[in-house]
Design a protein around this ligand. Sequence first.
Ligand code: FMN
Length: 345
Amino acid sequence: MGQSVAMFDFASDLSRFSPLHLPQDRVLKNRVVVPPMASGTADADGKVTERTVEHYRRLAESGAGLVFVEYTYVDQSGKSEAAQLGIQTQGHLSGLRQIAEELRTAGALPAIQLTHAGGKTERDLVGDAMMGPSAVPVPVKDRALEAPRSMDAVDLARWRSAFVAGAMRAHAAGFAMIELHAAHGYGLNQWLSPLTNRRMDEYGGSFANRTRLLIEIVFAIRSAVPDLLLSVRMPGQDFLEGGLSAEEGARLAALLERSGVDLIDVSSGIGGWRRPGDRKGEGYLVPEARRIQDVVSVPVIGVGGIESGEYIDEALRDRSLSLAAVGRAILRDPSLWRRRNLACA
Ligand SMILES: Cc1cc2nc3c(=O)[nH]c(=O)nc-3n(C[C@H](O)[C@H](O)[C@H](O)COP(=O)(O)O)c2cc1C
């Protein structure tokens, strides 16, 4: 009896160097993830430039097993900054194909985050197409945003088909995984949060209604591109009074798992990704990941101020997460990070 418990107690043997098996016979060579980070290197149409390719070649030098390409808009109306990447036409694919190839050559699984900004954007970028679940300004830290127009059934259909088309294009460009950005106050997060979703129809109010659009998009992508791995970046909670609660975050993760999502990437919600005032040290959002990893069996990515391989080993062993995202520490100097933290693999 004791022996069988020991045999199945894999967590004590886990380290940052442990491979992770995913569906579709995909294997991550280690537990380190480069999370999506906007590089501001695209051209005015959202197309990849030489600088973008160079940026990802450099990030891949980190040795991470999974590298996400930054948030990439699926429809012109969902753009949120000037030099942001887009995937809204076939013409965007050749540059993205080059990046996927660079990442694969470096031994990483190539992934890309897909987004629609919803109301977290500005008229200068999207004109009258600024839209969201309700005509409520999205609360952001550093500026006051305009209220978007409330979306109708045609707009909803447009989002669904734009996300599906984006996923199909990402697949065609050679990405093995896409991630839906449903965190940090962007479009899909606005549907989840009672602060920005005040609708009275079947897409607002109850938890089932607020999660409906995201789940419809998950199902639509699953059936259109079944062999593409699917991750969702979701808020553990909104960290704002009256927003998505920690309890709803856990319910959402369980719902995503039941809906066929392969990986759950846990960050923060409305208000953005920065460190909450009362959280100190490495892994400031890892308590959110842990709460989610406790209720799902798909792998969970934890993030937030993670700097060292030793921290990652500890978080894996106490089952707080299955994968650790290291953003700014890798961005500063990817090769140095690899030499310090992955050199003896
Ligand atoms: C320059 C920069 C750009 C970012 N862009 C994105 C993004 O495109 N999508 C996203 O989900 N998060 C984005 N983030 C948040 C990171 O993915 C990550 O969650 C955050 O940096 C915290 O991790 P860290 O402390 O390891 O840097 C960005 C962060 C930085 C520093």
